[in-house]
Every structure is written in C-alpha cells, then in structure tokens.
Design a protein around this ligand. Structure first.
Ligand SMILES: [Zn+2]
Length: 45
C-alpha cells in the first residue's frame, strides 16, 4: 500500500511540501497554487 497526496482544491497530485518554522508541514500545489497544512491523503494498492 502506498499513500498518494492530493490537493484539496483541484485534486492534483503535483504537490510539494516544506517545513514551516512553527506550523509543521506546509503543502503547496503546483497546479492551482494552493498552500496550506491540509492535504488529501489517499491509500492506493
Ligand atoms: Zn491544486
């Protein structure tokens, strides 16, 4: 099983992430420009 991360706005898998100073992980979508701590994680086989 693998986990795929998807953008909550456009469901793109083209996601990068960086570590915020005190906020934890910040995800960024390369497709729509979404940026934030929330992401969809989907399990695939
Ligand atoms: Zn997006």
């Amino acid at each position: 099983m693998k986990t795929v991360k998807k953008c909550p706005e456009c469901e793109s898998k083209n996601i990068t992430f960086s570590t915020g100073l005190q906020l934890g992980m910040i995800y960024q979508c390369k497709e729509c420009g979404y940026r934030g701590p929330l992401i969809i994680e989907e399990d695939i086989e």
